[in-house]
Design a binder for this molecule. Structure first.
Ligand code: TXA
Ligand code: MG
Length: 319
């Protein structure tokens, strides 16, 4: 059920989290599918709802420093610096985990991914629940991340106890993930640009995960409708005959001859494009088109996160 985040509904949602249920909630990046991070059974429900073929470590969302200290073992100086610059906000830090965090949250890793989200509804929910909230993006495995409550409802409606509606999310792509080992290492491109991190850290190592092995269509959970195939190509690479039958996701300018076109940013702004990316893909996906073609964008700033998500979407491997 989708509800607006009134104080009563937030209290209800917090109660569901404390009692081991699932609540979908808005963050400034995408909607998350949340459960009490300290309750292994509750976290198991997340994997069941997402129909993930394998366990994958989850991001733990905390409301404040006190809660952070419940889930991590130590906070190195470099983490302090990043937290001061980017928290609350769309940066996830991977730190040594405390004993309180069950193995199912971290897929058995000795580290835990954490962030303090900036969205007021996320903050209110976690604060009222009084426990850290483990939450992946609220989409079934292999589907697009949700940037609106209705995306969650359509994809996971019957599988969550409550969906808090916070409108469209601000950034539209997931958080940037940095592992704080010997050297800070970027694990996922996201809403905080690499250039911003480098300004704080000086230098950064890169270890962006290989895409997961694509599932063949038959392996996707039967429960969900098949998705429109997505490819990356410039408009001029697509023959006119094909253009008439397919959708095009353009960065700035409207190309001619396509059945339907969505433009991510008429002003050519990468941040605006990121904010509209998943929403435009959700809209195109619902039209029953033969295929969706997407225009590559320049790999700078948020362009890297956009290209990363487009590559994953074109392989059907979004988690
Ligand atoms: O913006 C976001 O980060 C959203 C919102 C809901 O906060 N969440 C999100 O979660 O994107 P999810 O599950 O879709 O992606 C979590 C990512 C995965 O790529 C996972 O491999 C990585 O975080 N991760 C989690 N724990 C990790 C760990 N201990 N070490 C390395 N990577 C980890
Ligand atoms: Mg995801």
């Amino acid at each position: 059920m989708v509800v607006s985040p009134t104080p009563e509904n937030l209290e209800r949602a917090a109660h569901i989290i404390r009692s081991g249920g699932l609540v979908a909630f808005p963050t400034e990046t995408v909607y998350g599918l949340g459960a009490n991070a300290l309750d292994a059974l509750a976290v198991a429900k997340i994997f069941e709802a997402k129909a993930r073929p394998s366990f994958n470590p989850l991001i733990v969302h905390v409301a404040n420093r006190e809660m952070l200290e419940v889930v991590v073992q130590e906070i190195p100086a470099v983490a302090e610096r990043l937290m001061a610059c980017f928290w609350p906000g769309p940066l996830t830090l991977v730190l040594p985990k405390s004993e309180r965090v069950p193995g199912i949250v971290t897929a058995g890793l000795p580290t835990v991914a954490v962030r303090i989200p900036a969205h007021p509804v996320a903050q209110a929910l976690i604060g009222r629940a009084g426990v850290p909230v483990a939450a992946p993006s609220a989409n079934p495995f292999g589907y697009l991340s949700p940037t609106r409550a209705e995306h969650v409802e359509r994809m996971l409606g019957e599988r969550v106890d409550l969906i808090l509606d916070g409108g469209r999310t601000e950034f539209g792509v997931e958080s940037t993930i940095v592992l704080l080992a010997e050297k800070p290492t970027l694990l996922r491109y996201g809403a905080v640009a690499v250039e911003e991190l480098e300004q704080v850290l000086g230098s950064l190592e890169f270890q962006v995960a290989e895409r997961e092995k694509p599932l063949v269509p038959g392996q996707l959970p039967q429960h969900y409708a098949p998705r429109t195939p997505i490819y990356m190509a410039l408009p001029e690479e697509i023959p006119p005959e094909l253009r008439k039958r397919v959708g095009y996701l353009a960065f700035q300018e409207v190309p001619k001859g396509f059945k339907v076109v969505k433009v991510l940013s008429p002003t050519g702004n990468l941040q605006e494009a990121a904010a509209h990316l998943f929403e435009a893909l959700h809209q195109l996906d619902r039209l029953g088109l033969e295929a969706i073609y997407a225009e590559p964008v320049s790999e700078e700033g948020l362009g890297r996160a956009i290209m990363d998500r487009l590559r994953r979407a074109s392989q059907g491997t979004e988690g």
